[in-house]
Design a binder for this molecule. Structure first.
Ligand code: HEC
Length: 88
């Protein structure tokens, strides 16, 4: 029982950490041009999870962030959790 509790704690803190990473990367590289108003604008071009991944990838490549795929993914997850809420 104790082990199970510990596992749950570890797993959930892992998830929080992953999202923190996405948030920090986003703040570091992305907010200089647009804040969250870009993600909630009425005429958003982003219709699904695929669009979101493509757009994050395009913006990140334009900037030359040099993000690893898992870093890019954590930013996608962060934006999806915070704003878009698409099913993957
Ligand atoms: C050099 C300025 C600039 C930077 C820096 C930038 N973006 Fe963008 N981004 C834009 C512009 C301009 C648009 C609107 C593009 C359009 O309307 O076609 C946009 C649009 C987007 C959208 C689509 C919003 C929507 O719902 O329609 C997403 C998602 C996005 N950017 C993610 C990011 C991420 C993630 C980063 C950090 C890697 C980033 N952007 C950094 C300029 C930038």
């Amino acid at each position: 029982m104790k082990t199970l509790l510990l596992m749950t704690l570890l797993l959930s803190s892992g998830a929080i950490f992953a999202n923190e990473e996405g948030k920090e990367l986003h703040e570091e590289s992305c907010v200089r041009c647009h804040g969250s108003e870009m993600y909630t604008r009425d005429n958003s071009k982003i219709q699904n999870h695929f669009d979101l991944r493509s757009q994050v990838s395009a913006c990140a490549n334009n900037l030359g962030t040099g993000w690893f795929p898992d870093e890019e993914k954590s930013v996608v997850d962060y934006l999806n959790d915070a704003h878009y809420k698409f099913k993957q």
